[in-house]
Unconditional design. Sequence first.
Length: 249
Amino acid sequence: MEPNVAEGSSSRDQELKNPPNGYTYPTEIHLVAPPVQFRRFGNAAALGLITFGICTFQESMMQAGMSVGYGHGYGSMTGQSIAVAGIAQLLAGLWQLANGDTFEGAAFTSFGASWIAKGLGHVPGTGVLAYQQGESAETVRKQQGIIALAWSIWVLILLAGNVKSHVANIVMFGTLNLQLDFSCAGAWLDHERLTKAGGWFGFFCGLSAMYNAAAILLNEENFWFNIPVGNWYTPKALKHDEEDRLYDV
């Protein structure tokens, strides 16, 4: 004897409409998504700043004619450019992008790529040295001036984005912009003093970059005090919060 399907389904529908013992069937099902776990990275800003600062400090001393004669070859800076200021700073920029810091990620990544290109330009076999030897000195200088001008515009944009940060950052980007400006003018005008002046600005830029790196690494937990950076700007939201606290008192 086959079961009556229609009769069974109707009794089931009746049970759903009138559940026993006052039980109420849930009408909505809420699915809770599992928590999303993000892989945490450390702050790579200190790595980017110290690698940039060290190599800028070294290169600027040579550009300014300190300890070595002005106009000498790139020499030992080739390896420093590719490995330290290049690859290490490029990786720091990628880490900052992964951390969600677009500004520092763009700055470190672009600077790292620039240092790698600069270092590879002095490696024999890349064709760059042979190309420069085939060009006149004036043409090479003008090309270097164009490169410095383009980077000066980019650094000026970064400087504008740091106006509301702190004094140490403003000094670093400001001196870097002046280094590029004077280097550009010195290359185009074939003026040794302007180029040397750019080296001096780069020298202080390298020092300020190392200072900024120290300000990140050294604090009251591992040092005697926090390194001052000159926080001079307070956002409006924080100002209103401080005023509210004063009135509450």
